[in-house]
Design a protein around this ligand. Structure first.
Ligand code: HEC
Length: 140
């Protein structure tokens, strides 16, 4: 019945292609946008000094075991409404996608995320000041 069968077919193909594109968009990217970007920004640059620039801080933090533990225990991560699995997906997407040199770091395991969830930091500023000397988290 279509007056423009070619057009209709093309429309269906375009529609299917956009569904395929949407579903192939990284799950980590979507979860990050929904759970983290409100504070950290789409590109993780944050709004220092209140919200740290993860592109600068994460490489430093992830170079030590204590820093890696801290990064998983900050309230935004350990208290996220995202599930443990989703948090792991987000972090392991972020590393190569947003953090310069992030692909060098060992991907996070579900066990690490689960452990951190049991001990969220109640004073992240002080914990951070012990690990990083970038001005944020200085005792006031
Ligand atoms: C309500 C705002 C907010 C949300 C939402 C949030 N964060 Fe944060 N995040 C912060 C702040 C502020 C800090 C600095 C430490 C602190 O005071 O908690 C931080 C620290 C961090 C750190 C440690 C790096 C550093 O420099 O201290 C990581 C890693 C991190 N956030 C990742 C995430 C991820 C991943 C999500 C989403 C699951 C998320 N955050 C959601 C505000 C937020």
């Amino acid at each position: 019945m279509s007056v423009f069968p070619g057009f209709a077919r093309a429309t269906v193909v375009v529609a299917l292609l956009s569904i395929a594109t949407a579903s192939s968009a990284s799950e980590g990217e979507t979860l990050y946008a929904l759970n983290c970007s409100g504070c950290h920004g789409r590109d993780a640059r944050g709004m220092p000094p209140q919200i740290p620039d993860l592109r600068a801080s994460l490489p430093l933090l992830l170079s030590t075991a204590a820093g890696r533990g801290y990064a998983l225990r900050v309230p935004g991560v350990a208290m996220s409404i995202a599930t443990q699995q989703q948090v792991r997906t987000i972090l392991n997407w972020m590393l190569p996608a947003l953090i310069p040199g992030g692909e060098r770091y060992t991907p996070f395991t579900l066990a690490e995320v689960a452990t951190a969830r049991r001990s969220p930091l109640t004073d992240p500023e002080s914990a951070r000041a012990l690990l990083l000397d970038d001005g944020y988290g200085d005792p006031r």
